[in-house]
Design a protein around this ligand. Structure first.
Ligand code: HH2
Length: 282
């Protein structure tokens, strides 16, 4: 199957690939920006900043999914999220994605204008999620994970990580289609750092061309993750460089979207990729 070169959203807007999704976590405990944007006004400013820096999509998340993170109740997640979505409202010129595993949170976010739902559980966590996404004609990111953020550390056991992630993602996509989500609204994500050991993450990065053969656009979220810290160190400049390098490798291996905390460098890097590709095959 030929992978699409863009994603059409319910409001007619089109995201051309490769594209940048910028992360905005309105949580006290996210591993990269936790605690920075709990104040809704600061979060809204940050969202506008991310778009100005080159994000094609701004993704707002109100529940951390880092290893071992505590679950957040629906009411708390909504209390963090709703003022930010309302504040971004018509001011944000790029589409909004909501990072949530909960159908009720997705439903509210979609009603407030979000166009994409990013579900790190790949629709496994909340049985009502698929119907909410289908009804709202949302684009949906199905991420691969085993277990939950609390238990996934124990579930990183693979004989062939690329083949297993590929077949589990294919099953999630089939399930989404059965639930009424149109295939051209589905994106897949191998879930770097989610039930993966450091070596599994690297194998998945190399194995992306195989995942691309599923025919769906692939999103890759390697930004500042632990396996990159192990390779490049934890200094800020090292992490930024490692994130950019890994994101670029992912795009060259076929990824359509990179999910990052710093959209500026990623957007500039993708401009270079486009210029390089415009010259045709090497
Ligand atoms: N990574 C994180 C959260 N959501 N969603 C997708 N589709 N892919 C990812 O790789 C991914 C994700 C973790 O990063 P972050 O949002 O910065 O941290 P936290 O979950 O602690 O808020």
């Amino acid at each position: 199957m030929l992978r699409p070169s863009s994603l059409r959203l319910k409001d007619g807007r089109r995201i051309r690939f490769p594209a940048v999704t910028a992360v905005l976590n309105v949580t006290p405990d996210s591993f990269s920006d936790g605690g920075l944007y709990l104040d809704a006004r600061r979060a809204v400013e940050r969202g506008l900043e991310l778009a100005a820096a080159g994000a094609d999509i701004v993704e707002v998340g109100a529940e951390s999914t880092r290893p071992g993170a505590a679950a957040v109740a629906v009411e708390e997640e909504l209390a963090r999220l709703v003022p930010v979505l309302e504040g971004l409202g018509s001011r944000l010129k790029v589409p909004i994605s909501v990072d949530t595993r909960k159908a009720e949170v997705a439903r509210r976010a979609l009603a407030l204008g979000a166009a994409v739902v990013n579900d790190v559980s790949g629709l496994r966590f909340d049985p009502a999620m698929a119907a909410v996404a289908a009804q709202a004609k949302a684009a949906v990111v199905l991420m691969h994970m085993r277990g939950t953020p609390a238990t996934m550390g124990r579930m990183a056991r693979y004989r062939d990580v690329v083949a297993e992630v590929k077949s589990e993602l294919a099953a999630r996509a089939r399930m989404a289609v059965r639930c009424g989500i149109r295939a051209d609204r589905i994106l897949l994500d191998p879930g770097f750092g989610f039930a993966k050991k450091a070596a599994d993450n690297l194998k998945l990065l190399r194995g992306l061309p195989q995942l691309c053969r599923l025919g769906y656009p692939i999103m890759v979220g390697v930004s500042r993750k632990r396996f990159l810290r192990r390779i490049a160190g934890s200094a800020d400049a090292a992490l930024s460089g490692a994130t950019l390098a890994a994101s670029l490798l992912a795009v060259l291996a076929g990824a359509s979207l990179v999910r990052v905390h710093e959209p500026g460098p990623a957007a500039a890097a993708l401009k270079v990729v486009r210029a390089w590709r415009a010259l045709g095959a090497v």
